[in-house]
Design a protein around this ligand. Structure first.
Ligand SMILES: *Cc1c(COP(=O)(O)O)cnc(C)c1O
Length: 394
């Protein structure tokens, strides 16, 4: 076993060697501009991009022409939400979303709000689930967009996508999902989910950074958005700018591998995740899970270690790469908005660690992690015994 151990697969994933192999020719021989129509260099690049487009489409049950390549999920979310708001400016000014979204959705919604739109951010329950009835009740005749993430990047909650899609469709409201964490981990189908727009990113499914896509429904009904990038009219006019051929090819190959291997991989990764949770809970008192006990992302374990600062724990287990459960940046030590939304107290939020298991995580690594975390938590608790809450004596 090699150290350090990588258990932060929600943040990013390594590129699969098969993905790298598919990408390599696009840096050297197949280097053409996919928009060059006058020679074989351009044609070859365009062919490679089209193959990739078909692979992305197949993984999510879409048609190739419905895939728009972008620089990643942040851009896809911006394009979807800003683009829809601009397109429907005349028809309405109300957007419905959920408190636990990624910042690349929440921050766009803040901009829209500053520009005069009304935003309804619905709460979630202790498992991180939004109530579909609350979504239905929030829709008005001014609602132009519902945007709900398919899988949460902190606690792994899987949203009731098909049900939300039915509600949006009944009311004729465009439905967007940030499916970045779901793609390649759980089955995704744009027809079953009834989405009009779907964001995804290559580097969360063993593809390269800086590549992603937005699915834009072409019929039943066609999803309409205003482009945000203006220029050469690439990607059916929805995303001008020379297509990142290596990125698109990498994303395509990553999607093809996911389609083949997702089911077996999810079973294996979930087994390791359960072993990690069980091991830590057996070895230590005061370990609680943040998020749903049942259905969730197979590689996700967000755990709180009562009486221990998450930062101190991470410093003590430097050979294991994890993320603070609060997912705060060092510049912004605010407790996580996701943990807050599911009702985790701030001090327990600061005691939380997010483990993210992935394609090459081994049982040996998990056993090492259980051992190290248990040792360090025990030591930290001995160094600074938790004081009982005021008013409870002792
Ligand atoms: C990582 C992530 C993003 C941002 O993706 P980039 O491709 O890095 O811009 C958006 N949403 C979720 C849920 C993510 O996990």
């Amino acid at each position: 076993m090699k150290l350090p151990i990588y258990l932060d697969h929600h943040a990013t994933t390594p590129v699969d060697p098969r993905v790298l192999e598919a990408m390599l020719p696009t840096f050297t021989t197949v280097f053409g501009n996919a928009a060059s129509k006058t020679h074989s260099f351009g044609w070859q690049a365009a062919e490679a991009v089209d193959r990739a487009r078909a692979e992305v489409a197949t993984l999510i049950g879409a048609q190739p022409k419905e895939i728009v390549f972008t620089s990643g999920a942040t851009e896809s979310n911006n394009l979807a939400i800003q683009g829809a708001a601009e397109h429907f400016r005349e028809r309405g000014d109300h957007v419905i979303s959920v408190a636990t979204e990624h910042s690349s959705v929440l921050d766009v919604l803040k901009v829209l709000e500053a520009n005069g739109l009304r935003i309804t951010l619905l709460p979630v329950d202790a498992a991180g689930l939004v109530d579909p009835a609350a979504v239905r009740a929030a829709i008005t005749d001014r609602t132009i967009l519902i945007t709900v993430m398919a899988a949460n990047n902190e606690i792994g909650t899987l949203a009731p996508m098909a049900e939300l899609g039915r509600i949006a469709r009944e009311r004729g409201v465009l439905f967007h999902t940030d499916a970045t964490q779901a793609i390649g981990k759980v089955p995704v189908n744009v027809e079953e989910w009834g989405v009009g727009l779907l964001s995804l990113s290559a580097h969360k499914l063993y593809g390269p950074k800086g590549a992603g896509a937005l699915y834009v429904r072409s019929q039943n009904p066609r999803a309409r958005i205003q482009p945000q990038m203006h220029g050469g009219g690439h990607e059916r006019g929805l995303r001008s700018g020379t297509v990142n051929v290596p990125g698109a090819v990498g994303l395509g190959r990553a999607c093809a591998i996911a389609r083949e291997e997702m089911e077996a991989e999810a079973r294996r990764v979930q087994g390791l995740r359960d072993r990690l949770e069980r091991g830590l809970m057996e070895r230590l008192e005061g370990v609680t899970r943040n998020g749903p006990p049942g259905r969730r992302l197979p590689g996700n374990a967000n755990l709180a270690f009562a009486g221990v600062e998450g930062e101190a724990l991470m410093m003590g287990i430097k050979e294991i790469a994890v993320s603070s459960g609060s997912a705060c940046t060092s510049a912004n030590p605010e407790p996580s908005h996701v943990l807050k939304a599911i009702g985790v107290r701030p001090e327990l939020s600061r005691s939380s660690i997010r483990f993210g298991l992935g394609r090459w995580t081994t049982g040996e690594e998990i056993d090492f992690t259980i051992e190290r975390v248990a040792t360090v938590v025990t030591k930290l608790r001995q160094l600074s015994p938790v004081r009982a809450p005021a008013g409870r004596g002792a």
